[in-house]
Design a binder for this molecule. Structure first.
Ligand SMILES: [Zn+2]
Length: 129
């Protein structure tokens, strides 16, 4: 799998701060002060208590592999997808970087990282730690 074959995600005003931080290698998640919970995917309205005053918080992006699978048939080559359970609680559906895709196991530690893809835009991946 080549990083150059991956298209960057579409941007919108709600996700722009996330991708601006990603360009600097920083992982942000949304946190709700009303219920004191983090959630994924990022959205303004808390999916847990429906308050609309959630905020961005920097996260180390570390967590544990909850489950994973290999996508063996793809125009851009095989790759591995996983649910990474962040230490803050939310589970993130994320592609693992190719270097780690043959060494995944439930319970292994990993973290979110960013790598440039087509056109140099950052894309979120996970890597084993
Ligand atoms: Zn909430």
């Amino acid at each position: 799998m080549s990083y150059d074959l991956i298209s960057p995600p579409p941007l919108n005003p709600e996700s722009q701060p996330f991708w601006d931080a990603a360009a600097k290698g920083t992982f942000l998640i949304r946190h709700c002060p009303a219920c004191d919970q983090a959630h994924w995917y990022p959205r303004t309205i808390c999916p847990l208590c429906h308050q609309a005053d959630t905020e961005w918080r920097e996260s180390p992006g570390t967590g544990t592999i909850y489950t994973w699978t290999h996508m063996r048939k793809s125009p851009r080559g095989p790759f591995a997808l996983a649910y990474l359970e962040l230490d803050e609680g939310p589970r993130v559906y994320v592609q693992f970087r190719p270097e780690d895709s043959e060494n995944l196991e439930i319970g292994k530690r990993a973290r979110i990282m960013f790598h440039p893809v087509k056109d140099g835009a950052p894309m979120m991946f996970a890597e084993l730690i």
